[in-house]
Design a binder for this molecule. Sequence first.
Ligand SMILES: [Zn+2]
Length: 391
Amino acid sequence: MHTRLFSAAAVLFMAATSGDPAVAAASDGPRLTPLLARVLAAPQPVRGSDGQTHLLYELEIENVTSGRATLEEITVTDAAGAVLGRFDARALAARVSLGGRRGSETAVLESSQFAVAFLHVVLPPKAEVPARLEHRVRALAEKVGADLTMTLAPTEVVGSAPALLAPPLRGSGYVVGDGCCDSIRHVRALLSLDGRFFLAQRFAIDFEQVGSDHRIVSGDPKLVTNYKIYNAPVYAVAAGTVVSARNDLDNQVPGHLPEGLPLDQADGNFVILDLGGGRFALYAHMIKGSVTVAAGARVQPGQQIGRVGNSGNTQAPHLHFQLMDGPSALAANGLPYLFRSYTVTAEDRAGTADFDRAEATGAPMTLTPIEPAYVGHATLPLDLSVVSFAD
Ligand SMILES: [Zn+2]
């Protein structure tokens, strides 16, 4: 990082705030700010199964002063200043992670610390999607001794529509696990690779499946074959070319994540498809020997490419699916996507903890039926919805 530059800025900042009115009054030019901020990647809006438009992205924030800075509010606006979203101190304390690390959430940045704010802005169904966003950040900077409001990290909004996909699975009772937009395990899976941050899993879904008894697993949860989704055929979501695939890893015993797994085995038996237009699809954790395609093969939408298993970094059979902007499952930017058609039949309003409990113990999920069922066209099924995909 630009340590020297930051130090210089901090020195200047301290000079400016220690009573030099000539500097402090220069309000028309560049402004000294105690915080630096930038977005990790320009957000791409996506229409969800709730009919609303979702912007899911991250803001890196650094405190360049010699004292503590406390984030009090972040207001997301369009370029004209119209408010699109607001995060108060309490929301920030749950959404800002020191160093971008899960489990280090706080709104307080000590001197020279940085953090990542995981933001989710919801636009109502008829709202116009802005071309640009800005962030009005209000913070209390100890060395300044006052509340400051700064406009930081302007960003473009991606104007193109997300990819429109065929279903990766067929049948009913598929649970959208760790999906968009306020779940944590995928949405905040920031990785530092080759010297920078990547969030390839931003819009990933872990598909599980329940039967009419609402159970993910029936009988001994240590047996992969007892999971409803186990062995389900997996299909190509669009025409494409196989970039890479793996087919030689045994299933893990469900119940806990494997220890000491090399990074290159995290996806287990997987397929990465190049869908064209800078879009790549990842399917992970399939059954050894079930992957029917190899690098270089062309696939057609709806073609079977494998079967749901429990290989790699997984604690229960499921299909991990994501879209990203490069051929790496990890060192890429996670992209949203739309399914052409599906039906939402239920939701788990009891949250991820209920989903986890059902997956680990075989207890039924706490599902609320959606009546009449919502038929989604060209939208993204949101976290903890239960969906059917037609053939
Ligand atoms: Zn996953």
